[in-house]
Design a protein around this ligand. Structure first.
Ligand SMILES: Cc1cc2nc3c(=O)[nH]c(=O)nc-3n(C[C@H](O)[C@H](O)[C@H](O)COP(=O)(O)O)c2cc1C
Length: 326
């Protein structure tokens, strides 16, 4: 029988299937259900730096004439967000045995870095930093933009002793170098990749709308390419594959590419928490059928340098490879 145990961020997970940070992980009942369905770990719904700032700004506009009240309310808003979250971590640690990864969605290295320590004290097994800073200035070059990410990660890693992973986007000039630098700063893992709110336009109403919230199975391809390349180039970092994992086949592909864990979200919203069980069972069945006895034996088996045609991961020009496609 295949052993599905995997090492991720220095933690031993009973299998590589991790439920992504989202509304699926924001209550104790849901967390218990996720454990029951067989997930190896979960990432809690993020605390949003933006959310805290936004609430604080609301408070500010209502109480701007009363400086003392403003200070009090600002702290109150912060404390309540944090308290609710800390309570969930403590409860989850009491009630379930799978690792609980806390998550912070951040865009700057401000006051919130203090919060990170509190998550650790509450019992979080690791911390996932969801960092995405949309560049909106033509005066900011790529290196300056990336420095902001490094500063955040550096500050948090100074604050906590639990392992830290960074959830990144693929909107970097060179994702390999970014991951290498994050690892050098002390990040034990990277989640590749996050998915974002994308704007759309309603051409009848001439209004802004939102693109689809959920990923589709085809979105896995970005994840696969970069997992396979980064796994070889930054060997020590743990990769958690995210975006487009909708079934066990996708999970298997991501692990073969080099991921230590695989995160699932959209498919659970669309088809239910029971999909976790199907993915775990499907992975185990596939390993048994093929005679693979551990995750270690399949992890990275098809990374960029392990396949006979590594060029397959580098191909990017449609003109070159699909020129006869009509
Ligand atoms: C409704 C919803 C809420 C989400 N909330 C968060 C969040 O709080 N923090 C975060 O890091 N990612 C969040 N995400 C992104 C997911 O964690 C995940 O990275 C993304 O959906 C890609 O994975 P998927 O293809 O399995 O959906 C959210 C996604 C969805 C669909």
């Amino acid at each position: 029988m295949a052993n599905l145990e995997t090492q991720y961020l220095g933690l031993t997970l009973k299998n590589p299937i991790v439920v992504s940070s989202s509304g699926l992980t924001n209550s104790l009942d849901k967390i218990k259900e996720i454990e029951k369905a067989g997930a190896g770990a979960l990432v809690l719904k993020s605390i949003f730096e933006e959310q805290i700032n936004h609430e604080t700004a609301d408070v500010q506009s209502e109480s701007k004439q009363y400086a003392e009240a403003y200070d009090y309310l600002q702290n109150y808003v912060k404390a309540n967000n944090v308290d609710k979250h800390l309570h969930l971590i403590k409860e989850a640690k009491k009630e379930v045995s799978i690792p609980i990864i806390a998550s912070i969605n951040c865009v700057s290295s401000g006051n919130w870095t203090d919060f990170a320590k509190q998550f650790e004290t509450a019992g979080a097994d690791a911390l996932e930093l969801n960092v995405f800073i949309l560049p909106t200035s033509k005066h900011l070059n790529a290196a300056e933009q990336e420095e902001k990410y490094y500063k955040i990660v550096e500050e948090v890693i100074k604050t906590v002793t639990i392992p830290v992973s960074v959830k990144i986007s693929y909107h970097f000039t060179n994702p390999i170098q970014v991951v290498d630098r994050l690892y050098a700063l002390g990040a034990k893992g990277v989640v590749m990749f996050n998915r974002f709110y994308e704007p759309d336009i309603d051409i009848d109403k001439l209004e802004m709308t939102a693109g689809s919230v959920f990923s589709c199975a085809a979105d896995l391809r970005h994840t696969l390419r970069w997992a396979a390349i980064v796994a070889d180039e930054v060997k020590e970092v743990n990769i958690s594959a995210s975006t487009g994992v909708h079934d066990e086949k996708a999970a298997i592909k991501a692990i073969l590419a080099g991921a230590s864990t695989v995160q699932v979200c959209s498919v659970l919203y669309q088809k239910g928490i029971g999909e976790i069980t199907k993915i775990v069972d499907g992975l185990e069945k596939w390993m048994n059928q093929r005679g693979f006895d551990s995750i270690k034996t399949i992890k990275g088996l098809m990374s960029m340098k392990s396949v006979s045609n590594p060029d397959a991961y580098y191909r990017s020009q449609f003109m070159k490879y699909f020129s006869n496609f009509e």
